[in-house]
Design a protein around this ligand. Structure first.
Ligand code: NAD
Ligand code: UFG
Length: 341
């Protein structure tokens, strides 16, 4: 059993990962400033697992507080989800993004150094591959960012690599960088799920809100990409598969200190129209759509080669697009207004 600090654990991916951690008998402490989430999700996690979670409302940029927390709870491992993630917002407010995502991670690393926590799993993103020359994408593809959010992930990755190089001779530190593709879906209970603020930016939450009648139709951003049907192709991954990937990544660090980088994706891409059709099937609803201009910064195709994660972590995604849509729909139809329902 490990004692694990889950930063950003009230959020979408952190809450689903907490469920898997608790089911595997770990002690979970959630630290979240609730800037993009609700405490209700933590209560739901406890209910679903019948286990206690220590919830602490606070900010990762408060280094002294974080150090005390890690020491007091004798935390050995940190899963670091806390961060801001909206691409458009990052273009408008770059300083806020660098402060939260980069400075926040620096505080966390220093607090870990001042305590005995030595394993860190970091939430990175396929956005660090920029516009890839080819697909599927392997971890050794060149990196590059097209917006401040992506840049903040890349900067943290570089900081983590430099940091690990400096401390690796201690034989103590394990750092795992996980590059998520497009997380979607929800826990099978439909009790926790993605709860975006305002109008969703991302495809699956947008489709879900059209299906439930909150939004009139989906705008499909571009139908002239060089893809099967002209719409953008992405590697959607079920959030529970993603959550399980974190447990395998942590076990990998516990087998021996190292710095590791892994893609977490399914290896299969679906277009916007294919995703919409799959959601119609799962929900039994017709989802209206209109073609619109391409969204600035979007790329045609992005999907993972997930072989390294299989080889080194023994992890691969189990759920396909049908199940992703079924679970997203269960959550959306049970809780049309998310955790405020
Ligand atoms: P989310 O917004 O639901 O969760 C992030 C959580 O972090 C929220 O609960 C928020 O309140 C909290 N938080 C933010 N700043 C904080 C701070 N300074 N101190 C304490 N708590 C703070 O987002 P998510 O989708 O669960 O994403 C989790 C992580 O995964 C993020 O780092 C995100 O960048 C990364 N990621 C997400 C996606 C995606 O599509 N969802 C894709 C790739 C990577
Ligand atoms: N799309 C639409 N209409 C919408 C929303 C999206 O047609 O209303 C299309 C996009 O053009 C794209 C696809 O649906 O072709 C997926 O778009 P998302 O916004 O859901 O996801 P992205 O691939 O653009 O980006 C997401 C996160 C990034 C992250 C990346 C990789 O927003 O932060 O996945 O993990 F970096």
């Amino acid at each position: 059993m490990s004692t694990i600090l889950v930063t950003g654990g009230a959020g979408y991916i952190g809450s689903h990962t907490s469920v898997e951690l608790l089911n595997a008998d770990n002690k979970v402490i959630v630290l979240d400033n609730l800037s993009n989430s609700s405490k209700v999700s933590v209560a739901a996690v406890q209910r679903l697992t019948n286990r206690d979670v220590e919830f602490i409302e606070g900010d990762i940029r408060n280094e002294d507080f974080l150090t005390d927390l890690l020491r007091a709870h004798k935390v050995d491992s940190v899963l670091h989800f806390a961060g801001l993630k909206a691409v458009g917002e990052s273009v408008a407010q770059p300083l806020r993004y660098y402060d939260n995502n980069v400075q926040g991670t620096m505080c966390l690393l220093r607090a870990m150094q001042a305590s005995s926590a030595r394993n860190l799993v970091f939430s990175s993103s396929a956005t660090v591959y920029g516009d890839p020359a080819t697909v599927p994408i392997t971890e050794d593809f060149p990196t590059g960012a097209t917006n401040p959010y992506g840049q903040s992930k890349l900067m943290v990755e570089e900081i983590l690599q430099d940091f690990h190089a400096a401390v690796k001779d201690t034989g103590e530190w394990g750092i795992s960088i996980l590059r998520y593709f497009n997380p979607v879906g929800a826990h099978i209970s439909g009790q926790i799920g993605e709860d975006p603020n305002g109008i969703p930016n991302n495809l699956m939450p947008y489709i879900s809100q059209v299906a439930v009648g909150k939004l009139p139709y989906l705008s499909v951003f571009g139908n002239d990409y060089a893809t099967r049907d002209g719409t953008g192709v992405r590697d959607y991954i079920h959030v529970v598969d993603l959550a399980k990937g974190h447990l395998r990544a942590l076990e990998n660090l516990q087998r021996g200190p190292k710095l590791a980088i892994h893609n977490l994706g399914t290896g299969t891409g679906y277009s916007v129209l294919e995703t919409l059709k799959a959601f119609e099937q799962a929900s039994g609803k017709t989802i209206d759509y209109q073609f619109a201009q391409r969204r600035p910064g979007d790329i045609a195709e992005c999907y993972a080669n997930p072989e390294r994660a299989l080889k080194e972590l023994g992890w691969q995604a189990e759920f396909g697009i049908e199940r992703m849509c079924e679970d997203a729909w269960r959550w959306q139809s049970q809780y049309p207004d998310g955790f405020a329902s």
